[in-house]
Write a protein that binds this ligand. Structure first.
Ligand code: NAD
Length: 456
């Protein structure tokens, strides 16, 4: 069945229909309308998958996607135009331009943590750029995968866009095919598998991966605001956010104030009994839930630590000065657990941050401009925010993605269009004159040929 879908998409791409910008726009609009019609049903599916609060489903899934769609519909014509560049004197007479071109079939493989947004957002870029697509959403958010499948079936013919539901097996079968582009969001471990598979066909990839995101709070920071913004960024989606702050490095002199501030915010956000709040999600997969619980063993907790196995509820938890060889400080913490580590001298920070490969996100809370700049420039990471968390994802002008171990490529807004387009370079020569210098026999002086660089 996958082979047939792939063959049908190859044939459809060959018709050249997707090269027509009006065609792309028509389908982006249809998708927009269907998402608007199904917005409540999408939120219900997210709730069924992990009790995602409706506010969060609207704010971080459907509305983000609708904003991307609106922007793409408005700009796709402009983005698709050839971009003229200055002509080279060497080619005189000529016109020269870059023509953005679709690659062909795109495979989009997505995770369960923002299961709607992380499947549809890359699709928008792929379609705006004129590609066809097959989507493979996560098996761990089955209700959302199902509604994605229904929406796509209603809007698109399968030879243009289709969904393949399933887990590793489905993904592996898809990866055995030849793709013109693969867009993967998920763990660094699986990202490496995708990259290897893609290499067999020299398929270009975007890998949106993970990392251990530091959050530094120095003694000049506005502490109560830092506490609020850290608590929000850590606890939205119950901490299952690839760019959530992973661990806090706080100056010793402000640690108590920060911890008390975060505790207060947790109570303000969710009440005294977080489990009873409708505004706090659950851990989606049992595997991650068990891993998170294991991280709490033998830790000194400043707050939280309770859990309920029945619906995989894990209380927001602050871990006090964990040992660096404990599990909570080994890999990514993908849940509402926040390790708090104090430092006395700025020079100690490097010993923590440099232990881990390039993070996906990086946060600094400080009112000291020198310190802000030093932190933001010293380390290699995907993207970051000064004096807040997570919000750098919200500006479509900023490419979103990782670097090194946290990923390859960045998307959103026009960056998505560019990512899914091959930049084809074209030179159109005039025919009314043909300067003979380049042709043999080479009678031109070698001294003159050395001046060629000045003509570029
Ligand atoms: P995952 O890597 O386990 O799975 C992602 C997708 O890959 C799923 O569709 C899954 O079916 C598929 N998959 C799993 N194993 C595979 C294999 N062996 N071969 C082929 N395909 C396979 O990730 P997850 O657990 O669904 O998501 C959580 C991870 O994703 C976290 O590490 C998080 O940081 C990361 N993430 C990154 C971003 C980002 O934008 N950079 C966003 C969200 C999540």
């Amino acid at each position: 069945m996958i082979k047939q879908l792939v063959a049908a998409q190859n044939d459809f791409f060959a018709t050249q229909n997707t090269k027509d910008v009006a065609f792309r726009k028509k389908y982006l609009k249809k998708l927009q309308q269907e998402i608007l019609d199904q917005e409540d049903a999408i939120c219900d599916a997210l709730y069924a998958d992990f009790k995602k609060p409706k506010f969060e489903s609207l704010a971080t899934e459907t509305q983000l996607v609708l904003a991307e769609l609106k922007h793409a519909i408005k700009n796709v014509k402009n983005w698709s135009e050839p971009n003229s560049v200055g002509a080279s004197l060497l080619n005189f007479p000529s016109k020269e331009w870059i023509q953005p071109e679709p690659y062909g079939k795109v495979l989009i493989v997505s995770p369960w943590n923002y299961p709607f947004m992380l499947t549809i957002s890359p699709l928008i870029g792929a379609l705006a750029a004129g590609n066809t697509a097959i989507l493979k959403p996560s098996e761990f958010s089955p209700n959302t995968s199902k509604i994605i499948s229904q929406i796509i079936r209603k809007v698109f013919p399968p030879e243009y866009v289709t969904v393949v539901e399933g887990g590793v097996e489905a993904s592996t079968e898809l990866l055995a095919e030849k793709w013109e582009y693969i867009f993967f969001t998920g763990s660094t471990r699986v990202g490496k598998i995708i990259y290897q598979k893609a290499a067999e066909h020299l398929t270009p990839v975007t890998l949106e991966l993970s990392g251990k995101n530091p959050c530094i709070v120095d003694k000049t920071a506005s502490i109560s605001l830092a506490a609020k913004r850290i608590a929000w960024g850590k606890l939205i989606n119950a901490g299952q956010t690839c760019i959530a702050p992973d661990y806090v490095l706080v100056h010793k002199s402000v640690k108590t104030a920060l911890v008390e501030g975060i505790q207060e915010c947790i109570s303000q956000f969710y009440g005294e009994n977080v489990e009873a709040s409708n505004d706090f999600a659950r851990i989606t997969t049992s595997k991650h839930y068990e891993e998170l619980k294991a991280m709490l063993k033998d830790q000194n907790l400043l707050f939280g630590g309770n859990y309920t196995d029945k619906d995989q509820y894990l209380e927001p938890t602050l871990v006090n000065e964990p040992k660096l060889d404990s599990t909570v400080m080994q890999g990514e913490v993908f849940g509402p657990i926040l390790p708090i580590i104090s430092y006395e001298d700025e020079n100690e920070l490097d010993g923590y941050i440099s232990r881990y490969p390039n993070s996906l996100a990086f946060y600094v809370f400080s009112n000291n401009k020198r310190f802000q700049k030093r932190m933001m420039t010293k380390y290699s990471f995907g993207g970051g925010t000064i004096n807040d968390t997570v919000v750098h994802i919200s500006n479509k002008e900023l490419p979103f993605g990782g670097v090194g171990q946290s990923g390859i490529g960045g998307y959103h807004g026009k960056h998505s269009f560019d990512l899914f387009s091959h930049q084809k370079s074209i030179v159109k020569r005039g025919t009314w004159i043909d300067i003979p210098l380049r042709y043999a026999p080479y009678n031109i002086s070698l001294k003159l040929i050395r001046k060629i660089k000045y003509l570029f």
